[in-house]
Design a binder for this molecule. Structure first.
Ligand code: SF4
Length: 743
C-alpha cells in the first residue's frame, strides 16, 4: 500500500477541487486540506470531504457480474469479457456495426474519453456513440462556437471574478452545486462589484445577490433580449468595440429591438424597473461578465438563449477584454475535457469535427488506420437512447446512469430493457447497471491516474493514491481486453500516461490543443490551461507561433495585459548558446492560455459573431390540464444521478430523498401542507414526493431535485424536446399538474 499523502482532485464536479489523500492504517483513505490549489484553497463541500466512503468495498462492486437465468451472478473477468466480446461480435456480424451503441460520461478522464471514442470507431466501427455530457453543457458549447469560434466553458480563470465590476449569473445555484466557488462572488461584492442572479427560485445563491430576477421558467432568452433592447435604447452600446471586434450587429440589434421591455415583462414576469436596474448595474462598471449554467442551457432553445446572453456581452464590449466575458459554468467533473476528445457523436480528439476530411486524416494517421474506415457522425445522447432496441441492438455504457438522469426516464428504462445486450462498467450497481447483462467493476478516482479538464479549461492530473481492491480493473484495461478479443491487438494501452502522449499528438493543431502539456507539467504547474501547443521541434531562432484559435497573452493582477510572448524563451535554449544552422534545440514551452480571445476571437476573421435570435416559448407551456411549470435541479448533498452520493451515510442523512418545492399560494390552492405526499404528473408520467413549502419559488412553478430513482424520480416527468443545434433536452421546463396524494 502507498503510504504518503497524494495531491489530487475531487471525483465529482467541474470545479475539481484540490485535495490530499492519505491512506489510513485500516486500509482506507482520508481527505486532508490542500491549500496550494488556487481554485478551492483547501475548501471542500460535503461531497468532496466524504468521497472516500465510495471507495469502501461495502458499497461497491468488486466482482464482474453476468446475468444467468434472469439474475446477475458473480463471474470471472475472462467469463465476463468473453461474453461481452462474443455478444458484440455476433450482433455486429448480424446487424452491422451501427447496431452497437456506446454511451460515455462526463466523469471519465480525458484518457478514458479519448480511448472510448477510439474504441467505438476503430474496434467496433460504429458511429453510434455519445455521452451524458450532452445533457450538461452542450447548448453553451454550441452557443460559444457560433459566437466565438471556440467552446471553452470559462475563457478566463475563476480568480478574475472578484476583480470585475458586475456578474450576471444565469440559472446557476452554485451555492449548492459547487459551494467553494461562492467565495469568488463574495469577494466580488467585498471589492465593490455587484452580483445579479437570474433564477425562478430564491436559491442560496440568489440570496447573495444584489439583484435577483425571477423569470418564468423557459424565458431567459426573452429576458436577455429585453436587456439588450434597453442597452440600445439607453445608448449604452460600445460602438467602437462592435465596429472593431464583431460582425452581424445590425441583424442582432433588429431582433432585440423587437423585444420591447413591456413585452418582455409580460413574457418573463420581470418588471421593467428591474430590467433597467440590471442594465445599469451591468453597464456602469469598466468590466462585467455573464455566466450561464444549466438553467438557460437545458432548454429546447438553449443555444439561442446562450447566444442572446453573448449578444449582450458583445454589444457592451464585454468579451475578449480583461476581466470581462461570457462563460459557462460546466457541471460534470470532466464535462469540459469529456467534450473535447472524441466520445461525442460528431467529434474527434482535440475538438475536431468528425466530418472534416483534414481532421479525419490527422487523427487516422495517429491511430494508424485508413481515414475512410472511420464512421461518420452518429446520434445525440437522447436520440441514441431512444433508438435502443430498434436499430441499436446492444449498448456498452461507462460512467453514466440514464435510468435516473435521462429525460423521460421511464421510457429510456424501457428502451434499455429492450436491448439484445447491455454491458455496463461502473463502480457501484447503479439503477442502469442493475439492468445489464454484464456488469464490470472498475477502478475510480483515488485508485487511478488520469487527467481532467476543469470548468476553467485547466487540465489537471488526478493521481492514484491507493491500491484498488482485488477484483476491479480500470476502464482502460476493459477496452484493451475487449479490443484484443475483437481482433485489435494494438493501439489500446492501459497506461494512462502513454494514452495521454497519444492524445497530445491527436489533439495537436486542433482547437483544444493539448500537445504542449505533459504529466510532469501538470504536477509542477498545478494544471495547464489549453490551448497549449507543443513547441516547434527544430527552430533555429525563437519564433512566436500563435495558438491557432486563441490569445496566450497573460493578464496581471490589475487586469492589464502583461505582454507575455506566446512562447517565452526557454532557459535551456539560452544555455545552449547560439544556434547552429539546422541544430535541434529544446523547444520553448508554451505557458498555456488562461485567458482567451484578448487579441482575437477564434473565427476566421478574428471577430466575434452576433447571432440574431428571437424569443419562442418552451416546447410545453402550462395549460388547463397541466397548469404549473416544473423545473429540476440539484441539492448540495447529492451529485447528479446520486449513484455514488446516495451510498454515503452522511450525505443521505443531509438529503435523504426527493421533494416537491412549491409556493404557499400554490400549496393553499391544492390544500397541501408541509410534508404531504404530492403527485406531480406530466405527459410523460407521474412522480410522488413530499411537499416542501417555501416563498422562495414562483407561485406558478414547482421544483424537484433529480438525484433519486423510483417513485420520486423527477426525470420521469421531464420533456425530451431537443434544441435543434445542441440536441440538449428541455430538462428545465415542462408543464405538470400537482395533486395531493390521499393516504
Ligand atoms: Fe468536489 Fe465540486 Fe464539492 Fe469541490 S465543489 S468538493 S469539486 S463536489
Amino acid at each position: 500500500m502507498e503510504t504518503t499523502s497524494t495531491p489530487t482532485h475531487c471525483p465529482y464536479c467541474a470545479l475539481q477541487c484540490g485535495m490530499n489523500l492519505s491512506p489510513t492504517p485500516e486500509g482506507g483513505v482520508e481527505v486532508t486540506e490542500r491549500v496550494d490549489f488556487p481554485v478551492n484553497r483547501g475548501a471542500l463541500c460535503g461531497k468532496g470531504r466524504t468521497a472516500p466512503a465510495v471507495l469502501s468495498s461495502r458499497v461497491r462492486l468488486t466482482s464482474p457480474l453476468v446475468r444467468s437465468g434472469g439474475t446477475l451472478v458473480p463471474a470471472t473477468w475472462d467469463e465476463a469479457l468473453d461474453r461481452i466480446a462474443g455478444e458484440l461480435g455476433s450482433i455486429r456480424a448480424g446487424h452491422g456495426p451501427d447496431a452497437l451503441g456506446v454511451f460515455g460520461g462526463g466523469g471519465l478522464t480525458n484518457e478514458k474519453a479519448y480511448t472510448l471514442g477510439k474504441f467505438a470507431r476503430v474496434v467496433l466501427g460504429t458511429s453510434q456513440i455519445d455521452y451524458n455530457g450532452r445533457f450538461c453543457m452542450s447548448s453553451a458549447a454550441a452557443g460559444g462556437i457560433k459566437a466565438f469560434g471556440l467552446d471553452r466553458g470559462l475563457p478566463f480563470p475563476l480568480e478574475d471574478i472578484p476583480k470585475t465590476g458586475c456578474v450576471i449569473l444565469v440559472g446557476s445555484n452554485l451555492a449548492e452545486t459547487m459551494p467553494p466557488a461562492l467565495r469568488f462572488f463574495s469577494e466580488l461584492r467585498e471589492n465593490g462589484g455587484t452580483l445579479i442572479v437570474v433564477d425562478p427560485r430564491r436559491t442560496r445563491t440568489a440570496e447573495q445577490a444584489d439583484l435577483h430576477l425571477m423569470p418564468r421558467p423557459g424565458t431567459d432568452l426573452a429576458l436577455a433580449l429585453g436587456l439588450l433592447h434597453l442597452v440600445v435604447a439607453e445608448g449604452r452600446v460600445d460602438e467602437e468595440y462592435v465596429r472593431e471586434r464583431t460582425s452581424g450587429w445590425e441583424e442582432a440589434r433588429a431582433a432585440a429591438m423587437a423585444h420591447w421591455p413591456e413585452h418582455v415583462e409580460r413574457i418573463t414576469g420581470v418588471s421593467v424597473p428591474q430590467l433597467r436596474e440590471a442594465v445599469r448595474m451591468f453597464c456602469e462598471p469598466e468590466a462585467a461578465m455573464v455566466l450561464t449554467a444549466r438553467g438557460p442551457e437545458q432548454q429546447s432553445k438553449g443555444t439561442d438563449t446562450v447566444g442572446a446572453w453573448i449578444n449582450l456581452c458583445l454589444a457592451t464590449g464585454r468579451a475578449g477584454r480583461p476581466l470581462s466575458g461570457y462563460g459557462c459554468l460546466t457541471g460534470q467533473g470532466n464535462g469540459q475535457g469529456g467534450r473535447e476528445h472524441g466520445q461525442k457523436a460528431d467529434q474527434l480528439p482535440g475538438y475536431r469535427k468528425l466530418d472534416d476530411p483534414a481532421a479525419r486524416r490527422h487523427v487516422a494517421e495517429v491511430w494508424g488506420v485508413d481515414p475512410d474506415s472511420l464512421p461518420g457522425p452518429g446520434r445525440s445522447a437522447y436520440e441514441l437512447l431512444d433508438a435502443l432496441g430498434t436499430d441499436i441492438r446492444s449498448l456498452l455504457l461507462m460512467a453514466s446512469n440514464p435510468v435516473v438522469s435521462a429525460p423521460r426516464a421511464a421510457h429510456i428504462e424501457e428502451r434499455l430493457k429492450s436491448l439484445d445486450f447491455l454491458a455496463v462498467c461502473d463502480v457501484v450497481l447503479s439503477e442502469t447497471a442493475a439492468l445489464a447483462d454484464v456488469v464490470l467493476p472498475v477502478t475510480q478516482w483515488a485508485e487511478e491516474t488520469g487527467t481532467m479538464t476543469s470548468l476553467e479549461g485547466r487540465v489537471l492530473l488526478r493521481q492514484r493514491a491507493i491500491t484498488p481492491p482485488a477484483g476491479v480493473r480500470s476502464d482502460l484495461e476493459v477496452m484493451h481486453e475487449l479490443a484484443a478479443r475483437l481482433g485489435v491487438e494494438k493501439g489500446f494501452p492501459t497506461d494512462p500516461e502513454e494514452i495521454f502522449e497519444e492524445l497530445r499528438r491527436a489533439s495537436a493543431g486542433g482547437p483544444a490543443d493539448y500537445s504542449g502539456i505533459t504529466y510532469r507539467r501538470l504536477v509542477e504547474e498545478n494544471g495547464v490551461f489549453w490551448p497549449c501547443p507543443a513547441a516547434p521541434a527544430t527552430p533555429t531562432a525563437p519564433t512566436a507561433p500563435t495558438a491557432p484559435t486563441a490569445s496566450a497573452s497573460a493578464v496581471d493582477d490589475d487586469g492589464e495585459d502583461a505582454g507575455l510572448d506566446v512562447f517565452p524563451e526557454d532557459p535551456a535554449r539560452d544555455e545552449a548558446g547560439p544556434a547552429q544552422p539546422g541544430a535541434v534545440l529544446p523547444g520553448p514551452v508554451h505557458p498555456g492560455t488562461p485567458r482567451l480571445f484578448l487579441d482575437r476571437f477564434a473565427t476566421d476573421d478574428g471577430r466575434a459573431r452576433f447571432v440574431p435570435v428571437s424569443h419562442r416559448p418552451a416546447a410545453e407551456e402550462p395549460d388547463e390540464e397541466y397548469p404549473v411549470f416544473l423545473t429540476t435541479g440539484r441539492v448540495v448533498a447529492q451529485y447528479q444521478s446520486g449513484a455514488q452520493t446516495r451510498r454515503v451515510d452522511e450525505l443521505n442523512a443531509a438529503a435523504p430523498g426527493p421533494f416537491v418545492e412549491l409556493h404557499p399560494r400554490l400549496a393553499a390552492r391544492l390544500g397541501a401542507a408541509e410534508g404531504d405526499p404530492l403527485a406531480v404528473v406530466s405527459r410523460r408520467g407521474r412522480a410522488v414526493a413530499p411537499a416542501r413549502i417555501t416563498t422562495g419559488i414562483r407561485p406558478d412553478t414547482v421544483f424537484m431535485p433529480f438525484h433519486w430513482p423510483g417513485e420520486g424520480r423527477a426525470n420521469t416527468l421531464t420533456n425530451p424536446a431537443l434544441d435543434p443545434t445542441s440536441r440538449m433536452p428541455e430538462f428545465k421546463v415542462c408543464a405538470v399538474r400537482v395533486e395531493v396524494v390521499e393516504p
